[in-house]
Design a protein around this ligand. Structure first.
Ligand code: PBG
Length: 325
């Protein structure tokens, strides 16, 4: 018998063969593109730590939405940057708030686009925490009503899906109940179920002006060391009525994603976060890595680990590359 007998290289010989046996494929419809919308007029400002990503005022969204649609992208997730912040984040509930305006603009421009909104107070509170405070603590139960009201306000503006990212206990049920009571039982919830207290959110906080004014988020976001606890978070959100559950960040938590995939029958999302984007951009700008190759490799790894959906700042460039292949 000639050695080796098992030759895996046989099926790697040509591009066509490799394509036939490829196990994981990216598709545009699985990508969700984050959009930062800033209150005001005429704003289109690039975020310095996230080259290629802009903050737009609602009146400047049209061209961006048209581009996303022409690339075959089907979904966006909105983050609002309001003009006024206060201790309870009341501008998050304003029917003419920046996100509410953006929802209406996008649904008018591209009615088919699946508009998701991030539901969290941190961009709207003067202290930058994800809930309302009792002293220096984030008050879990007092926050739930605000989150539910925020989700309701987005639903009234025409949102397709809400995505709570605050990590308060019980918020999925609170939001579900309010939406159901008010005639929005058809609006799904994608919960940031296992969201870790991560340094990978650094550039986002610059982009969204949402860094906490004191302390950090470790009393509500998860300890990066805990995989079992992540599964409990996911189980609870499923029980409370989440339609899609998310693991965030993605790359340093692929094991969590994998385990979630094995356990959960609902669609699973992963958030390829701002720091993961910024690291690639920074290294590519220095010529240290080949961005064209690394982006599909990263997104494929997230999918291979088990994600159905990927929220990613790379969505546009990935869609462009997918067009060529
Ligand atoms: C709001 C929120 C954050 C992100 C998504 N929603 C920031 C945070 O929790 O501090 C981070 C997204 C990213 O880094 O790309 N709570």
């Amino acid at each position: 018998m000639p050695y080796p007998t098992e030759r895996l290289r046989r099926l790697r010989k040509t591009g066509a063969l490799r394509s036939m046996v490829r196990e994981t494929r990216l598709h545009r419809s699985n990508l969700i593109y984050p959009l930062f919308v800033q209150e005001g007029k005429g704003v289109a400002e690039e975020i310095s730590s996230m080259p290629g990503i802009f903050r737009f005022s609602p009146d400047r969204l049209q061209a961006e939405i048209a581009e996303l649609a022409s690339l075959g992208l089907v979904s966006v997730i909105l983050f609002g940057i309001p003009e006024k912040k206060d201790p309870t984040g009341s501008s998050a509930l304003d029917e003419n708030g920046v996100v509410q305006q953006a929802i209406r603009t996008i649904k008018k421009e591209a009615p088919e686009m699946v508009v998701v909104t991030d539901v969290c107070l941190c961009e709207y509170t003067s202290h930058g925490h994800c809930g309302v405070l009792a002293g220096e603590e984030v008050d879990n139960d007092a926050t739930l009503g605000f989150l539910a009201a925020m989700a309701l306000s987005h639903a009234e503006a025409g949102v397709d899906m809400v995505a709570p990212s605050d990590m308060m206990d019980g918020r999925v049920r609170a939001i579900r109940n309010t939406l159901d009571d008010r005639g929005f039982s058809h609006v799904p919830i994608m919960s940031y179920a296992a969201k870790f207290a991560s340094a990978f959110y650094g550039p986002f906080r610059e982009a969204a002006e949402s860094a906490p004014a004191f302390g950090d988020r470790r009393s509500y976001q998860m300890d990066p060391a805990n995989r079992r606890e992540a599964i409990r978070e996911i189980d609870l959100d499923v029980e409370e009525g989440a339609d899609i559950v998310m693991v965030k960040p993605a790359l340093a938590y692929l094991d969590v994603l994998r385990e979630a995939r094995q356990r959960v029958l609902r669609p699973l999302a992963a958030y390829n976060v701002s720091g993961e984007y910024a690291m690639v951009k920074a290294a590519a700008a220095r010529g240290w890595i080949d961005e064209q190759r690394i982006v599909p490799e990263i997104l494929t790894s997230i999918k291979r680990a088990g994600a159905d959906l990927i929220i990613t700042y790379f969505a546009k460039q990935a869609a462009k590359q997918l067009e060529q292949t």
